[in-house]
Design a protein around this ligand. Structure first.
Ligand code: IPM
Ligand code: MG
Length: 360
């Protein structure tokens, strides 16, 4: 197969971790007889520096032409970087939100899985970690609070900020269908997370999820309030299979879920639209504090590349090979600093990439 992949390395640790994922993809291509054409694009802070814009329309057009996008991370230190002196629409994050919207990437899958080998890195009590967990957070990605109208203005002499949270039935239905479809391929359980005791958008969410659930009699589902979900994630994460939720709740809960896997450096993600096209990125941020030191954990990005092979290119065996290689390296005791524990061998970012590529 010939794969056309747009690569956005981005800012901070992005270039380091994406280079390792490309290394692993190249190893897969060589082993299975595929060819990959990469086109490097700019987004985020580096695009602001080059073009004065976090994401140009030309870049969007090029990304649209690719089969898939592999993304590192964008953004810098929000208190010290000059990018954050710019108006909000010109900051790095605006580029990320724009590419999600322009490419219609409404479904964000964030799998959180506790590897046996990383139980020591899990901050939860041993008896909870020992039970393990394997869930997918299905986050709605192009609606809700992050895309509603916002403004800050003086009202009766008082500075007032407004953000609007809107969801249509259509937006809720399409993400709910994705969640139930994925649940059918897993343990057939959906936990839909909302704040229906307060928010209208959540009450509509609940109603539409119930309608969709009726079409999936084999899938058991439940509703859970978001504050309770935050608590249940640390109390009993093993109960979750597919967690379906709106944009902001998913943003927050997926960071929490990543932390209990041992490190945010382990959490991959796929952002999908209605076609085979997808954008694949680690769930973690640009980590400007450790950028350029070759110490970041590239595993989340490497696992995101595996998701790309699985969801965009339907190459399940190749995706399995990457996931097995990651597992092997962990079994052999290699760790980057963030997941290091006693008796293991500490390796740098590029060494981790080499180890995984060799084992593909
Ligand atoms: C994420 C990030 C982004 C988001 C930010 C950088 C806009 O936190 O992908 O989770 O909130 O979606
Ligand atoms: Mg986030």
């Amino acid at each position: 197969m010939n794969m056309n992949i747009a690569v956005i390395k981005g800012d901070g640790i992005g270039p380091e971790v994406v280079s390792e994922a490309m290394k692993v993809l190249d190893a897969v291509a060589a082993k299975y007889g595929h060819t990959i054409a990469y086109e490097q694009l700019l987004m985020g802070g580096c695009s602001i520096d080059a073009y004065g814009d976090p994401l140009t329309d030309e870049t969007v057009a090029k990304a649209k032409k690719a089969d898939a996008v592999l993304l590192g991370s964008i953004g810098g230190n929000t208190s010290t970087s000059p990018w954050y002196k710019l108006p909000p629409k010109k900051r790095p994050e605006a580029g990320l939100l724009k590419i999600r919207k322009e490419l219609g990437l409404f479904a964000n899958l964030r799998p959180a899985l506790l590897y046996d080998q990383l139980k020591d890195a899990c901050p939860l009590k041993k008896e909870i970690a020992d039970k393990g967990f394997d869930m997918v957070i299905m986050r709605e990605l192009t609606g809700g609070l992050y895309f509603g109208e916002r403004k800050t203005e003086e009202v009766d002499g008082v500075m007032t900020a407004v953000d609007t949270l809107t969801y249509t039935e259509t937006e809720i239905r399409r993400i709910a269908i994705k969640a139930f479809d994925i649940a059918m391929k897993r343990r057939k359980k959906v936990t839909s997370v909302d704040k229906a005791n307060v928010l209208d958008s959540s009450r509509l969410w609940r109603k539409v999820v119930e309608e969709v659930a009726a079409d999936y009699p084999e899938v058991s589902y439940e509703h859970m309030l978001v504050d309770n979900a935050a608590m249940q994630l640390v109390k009993d994460p093993a109960q979750f299979d597919v967690v379906l939720t709106e944009n902001m709740f998913g943003d927050i809960l997926s960071d929490e879920a990543s932390m209990i896997t041992g490190s945010i450096g382990m959490l991959s993600s796929a952002s999908l639209n209605e076609t085979k096209f997808g954008l694949y990125e680690p769930s973690g941020g640009s980590a400007p504090d450790i950028a350029g030191q070759n110490i970041a954990n590239p595993i989340a990005t490497i696992l995101s590349a595996a998701m790309m092979l699985r969801y965009t290119f339907d190459l399940d065996a190749e995706a399995d090979a990457i996931e097995a290689a990651v597992r092997k390296v962990l079994v052999e005791g290699y760790r980057t600093g963030d997941i290091m524990s006693e008796g293991c061998t500490k390796v740098l970012c590029d060494e981790m990439g080499n180890l995984i590529a060799e084992r593909v």
